[in-house]
Design a protein. Structure first.
Length: 160
């Protein structure tokens, strides 16, 4: 199976996987088991669509925000994507509870010879690495800011 995606399928795998995930999530929330827990006061954890900025310069800058909008979810996005969505984004119904055409989309990947599971795993690894890099960047910036402020803090402590 190939790992590269034909151009007709570009930017569709993540949305299809999200559709499948959302369907399973909503199925869980509709189950007798969950309804029993909810009746006892349990609240569901929301699904998190993380860092939904479009990386492909040929794709619409609001592609994932528009495609993944759904009740009971949280969407984090880069500021540039948020600004783009505020400027020209449109919601046309959101992610269907039944996952929409997710399974048909995934079948298209299989028909094209793409191992969607392997590709999804690779994208998750790359996403995790990206978050790790961002987290380390944030910690480094905080440490630098702290170091810059530390001499002032120590000087003010000596005056007390």
């Amino acid at each position: 199976m190939q790992q590269t995606v034909p151009s007709a399928l570009r930017n569709r795998l993540g949305i299809a996987i999200a559709g499948r995930t959302y369907r399973e999530y909503r199925t869980l929330l509709a189950s007798p088991r969950w309804r029993t827990l909810a009746a006892a006061g349990a609240r569901p954890q929301r699904l998190l669509w993380a860092s939904t900025g479009t990386k492909d310069p040929d794709a619409p800058d609001t592609l994932y925000v528009e495609a993944l909008a759904a009740p009971e979810t949280i969407n984090t996005m880069p500021e540039q994507t948020l600004t783009a969505f505020a400027d020209h984004g449109r919601l046309t119904g959101g992610l269907p509870i039944d996952g929409g055409d997710a399974e048909a989309e995934l079948a298209e990947f299989a028909k094209a010879g793409v191992d969607a599971a392997a590709l999804a795993a690779r994208l998750q690894r790359e996403g995790t690495a990206s978050f790790d890099t961002s987290w380390k960047d944030l910690l480094d910036r905080l440490a630098a800011k702290r170091a810059m402020l530390a001499p002032r803090d120590r000087a003010s402590e000596g005056k007390r």
